[in-house]
Write a new protein. Structure first.
Ligand code: NAD
Length: 321
């Protein structure tokens, strides 16, 4: 990886991945792109271009102009937003991925894109979900994610593109708010714990889903991209996870630091139905065995860090006002 193009770089993952890549490979070696522009460290810390991934020509032109040898494709419409607008989701998630893969094929570039636990469905074994198993998702996002996994496998087999990817669980972070997924509650709960001392969850008590703290997600991407290709049996869509948790688990972890914190429920049927169709816990042993994946943060460690970082952000905001 000498020159890296990142699509959807202003989202929850990109806003932490781009600075980390720039730290490792050099600021001018990471070309951040997104359909929108906001003034932050991604836009101001190195090359940035406006790019709509549904425009295949523009994507290829930018990749060629910067002579990139790696494409990290993050632009996407997440699960809850995709259910609101399934046709837009198909266009961004499928045509965007195809365009990015085509650019990788044309430039003989390495390719990374994340799949999701949303690629599983109600007929998938829900506990310790295997790497290779039934995938019949019932959401547009899930349909897009399975198709994306298959496309990446196809581009590797048919055209020899060095495609790699993971199935991320819900990601928890403090830098950028999540973009409209089903596991967003797991981020909101920390913000509300600090701001209001209470949180109303749209996900029902007892609904287990996999989660991971952003530093582990960023480390997983970099580690997989640097892995010896000869050791990769799967290449795309590796199950990765750090914890299987339900809303009450977060409340108990938060109460250790904010004892008066309370949790209530007001279930959103749309996001609850999506959550119910996803696994309770996934098996990440293929990622562990093939490229050494290991998460550092469990719920306790993550909670301590999240609360500390969010409190510091709040103090910064007060100081700047
Ligand atoms: P996000 O919603 O936070 O960010 C997506 C970015 O894509 C946004 O900055 C948006 O402006 C941009 N975008 C939207 N339409 C675009 C277009 N047409 N052209 C270019 N850019 C466009 O998403 P994220 O959480 O950073 O997710 C990145 C990837 O990781 C996605 O493939 C997602 O499915 C996957 N993933 C994320 C999570 C999670 O919890 N965040 C979990 C599993 C998988």
């Amino acid at each position: 990886m000498k020159k890296i193009l990142v699509t959807g770089a202003l989202g929850q993952i990109g806003s932490e991945l781009v600075p980390k890549l720039r730290e490792i490979y050099g600021a001018d070696k990471v070309i951040a792109t997104d359909i929108r522009r906001i003034e932050n460290q991604v836009v101001n810390g190195g090359p940035f271009e406006i790019l709509d991934v549904t425009n295949g020509k523009a994507l290829l032109d930018i990749a060629k102009k910067h002579n990139v040898d790696t494409i990290m494709h993050l632009a996407c419409l997440l699960s809850a937003k995709a259910e609101d607008n399934p046709l837009l989701a198909w266009n961004i998630n499928m045509n965007g991925t195809l365009n990015a893969l085509e650019a990788a094929r044309e430039l003989d570039a390495k390719f990374f894109t994340p799949s999701s636990i949303g690629a599983f469905g109600p007929t998938t074994p829900a506990d310790n979900t295997p790497q290779d198993t039934i995938q019949r998702p019932t959401t547009m996002y899930g349909v897009n994610k399975v198709s994306g996994e298959l496309l990446c496998d196809y581009y590797h087999k048919r055209f020899g593109v060095d495609t790699r990817g993971v199935r991320f669980p819900g990601l928890i972070s403090y830098e950028t708010l999540p973009g409209g997924g089903t596991t967003d509650y797991a981020v909101d709960i920390y913000y509300k714990a600090i701001q209001d001392g209470t949180y109303t969850s749209y996900i029902k008590e007892g609904t287990y889903m996999d989660m991971m703290y952003m530093p582990d997600a960023i480390q997983a991407i970099i580690q997989l991209m640097q892995a010896d290709p000869d050791k990769l049996v799967h290449r795309n869509a590796f199950n990765v996870t750090a914890m299987s948790v339900e809303p009450k688990d977060f409340a108990i972890a938060i109460q250790k630091y904010i004892p008066s914190f309370t949790l209530n429920y007001e279930v959103d049927p749309v996001r609850q139905a999506i959550a119910d169709s996803w696994p309770n816990s996934i098996d990440a042993s293929a990622a562990k065995n093939e490229w050494g994946f290991k998460a550092k943060y469990d719920l306790e460690k993550m909670t301590e860090d999240m609360l500390e970082k969010l409190k510091a952000k709040q103090l910064d905001r007060v100081a700047n006002n």
